[in-house]
Write a protein that binds this ligand. Structure first.
Ligand code: AMP
Ligand code: GLY
Length: 422
């Protein structure tokens, strides 16, 4: 089979590695991929948002199956466009990808179907939002409606911060049109859990739970990033919490999307907060998380391509999806300065025995050598019987990788270890 994977980060590298385990896979093309993915797939310089380019490539190369991984092409209708040419795909259609593409849509869906989430108000004008903030409870959370490269959320601890966030989004247009509407929502407290799930629109199969570490600095300090590391499973996601999530969140969401004529097929990501009143939805993503995928897929025992094809065919109920009873830890090696500005083009030295543990996110090939080319450069994943061992191994492997300006958090997994289940 000839496969195509749209995207070019660490998540896509993890997906490609897993897909390669299926013996019927002859070739995988990554559009655009990256310098590290090039070791596992044929990288083609077609951007993930170039829907016409992706479709043309898929037709010319007789692609048998496509996986659309990032949010942008999903929101732009990449799956619809590929399906229109008869190419089966993994990923939601445009009308279902809106569950991530519009926070207002997601909040209204949850309200209509009684899915637990933070209380909220929607605003189309800065004046109304600022007026509301005069008396709104703080802390509060300001969210741009549309996609904003993961930067559209401000947790405002004071009224002043909340006012500044509204002004930035609605007056200064920091996120472009994505901030024309905003959601102001209730501040929730509790541990966060990421649950990725496979769903064919009717059946939903949660994958092993995970924990992201979003802040740049140790001890969850500093600015928000795309994610500095992950562990799986997440100790806060107990069996009792999982049962509540299935009954009150996962199944109701899948049914709600179907009832709205927006059947969701693909990977639906539930960003959850375990509050004292039970689990609540913080956000939905219409795709695999990054770097959650880098700990979740290494624990998947079943064949990924088989599961994905079952999702596409609407036959997930007939498919076995098994995870290893083990722990995974992924440490992200970033460029110092990220998520702000940072230098690029530094050569990366990875020992051969470390390579199988590395998922490459932001790197390019220059004169045949791998060089840094992004904020998050690599993810290093280790799997072991306990979280403590997985964490120690991930750091031991990561510390054998050298490049100038290399930065990583030293406390990935610390919080999960303290939670005491491992
Ligand atoms: P992201 O959506 O990935 O930019 O991350 C937003 C982060 O903001 C989440 O991971 C939470 O930590 C935090 N957050 C979002 N909504 C709320 C809320 N209602 N209450 C408290 N924290 C929130
Ligand atoms: N790690 C969070 C995300 O993928 O959005």
């Amino acid at each position: 089979m000839k496969l195509l994977v749209v995207g070019g980060g660490g998540r896509e590298h993890a997906i490609i590695r897993k897909l390669k385990e299926n013996l019927s896979v002859e070739t995988i093309y990554a559009l655009p991929g990256n310098g590290g993915i090039a070791a596992d797939a044929i990288c083609v310089p077609v951007g993930a948002k170039d829907i016409d380019g992706i479709v043309a490539f898929a037709k010319e190369n007789a692609i048998d199956y496509a996986v659309v991984a990032p949010d942008d092409p999903l929101a732009l209708g990449c799956v619809d466009a590929l399906e229109a040419e008869g190419i089966p795909c993994f990923g939601p259609r445009k009308n279902a990808a809106v569950i991530e593409g519009s926070k207002v849509f997601a909040k209204d869906l949850m309200k209509k179907y009684g899915i637990p989430t933070a209380e909220y108000r929607v605003f189309d004008s800065a004046a109304d939002a600022l007026d509301y903030l005069k008396t709104a409870p703080v802390p509060t959370v300001i969210k741009a409606d549309g996609l904003a490269l993961g930067k559209g959320v401000t947790v405002a601890m004071t009224r002043e911060e909340a006012v500044a966030a509204v002004r930035e989004a609605m007056e200064d247009k920091k996120f472009g049109a994505s901030g024309d509407r905003i959601v102001i929502e209730e501040y929730l407290e509790g541990p966060e859990v990421s649950v990725l799930s496979f769903t064919d629109g009717t059946t939903v199969v949660p994958m092993v739970s995970s924990m992201d570490h979003k802040r740049a600095g140790d001890g969850d300090t500093g600015p928000n990033t795309g994610g500095m590391g992950t562990v799986a499973p997440n100790p806060f996601y107990t069996e009792a919490v999982a049962a509540q999530c299935m009954e009150k969140i996962f199944l109701p969401t899948i049914r709600a999307m179907k009832a709205e004529g927006r059947e969701f097929r693909g990977c639906l990501y539930f960003g959850l907060m375990i509050t004292k009143d039970g689990p609540k939805v913080i956000e939905y993503n219409c795709r695999f998380g990054d770097p959650e995928t880098q700990v979740v897929l290494p624990l998947l025992e079943s064949d990924l391509l088989t599961v994905m094809q079952a999702v596409t065919a609407g036959k997930l109920a007939e498919c076995e999806v098994k995870f290893r009873d083990a722990h995974a830890c992924c440490v992200v090696l970033a460029s110092a300065g990220y998520p702000g500005s940072y230098g690029k083009g530094y050569e990366i030295a990875i020992p051969a025995d470390v390579l199988p543990h590395v998922f490459v996110a932001g790197a390019a090939l220059k004169d045949g050598k791998l060089v840094t080319n992004g904020g998050r450069v690599l993810g290093v994943t280790a799997v072991a019987d306990s979280l403590a061992v997985a964490r120690d191994e991930a750091y031991a492997l990561a510390d054998r990788i050298a490049f100038e300006n290399r930065y990583c958090r030293r406390d990935i997994g610390e919080r999960a270890l303290k939670a005491g289940s491992c």
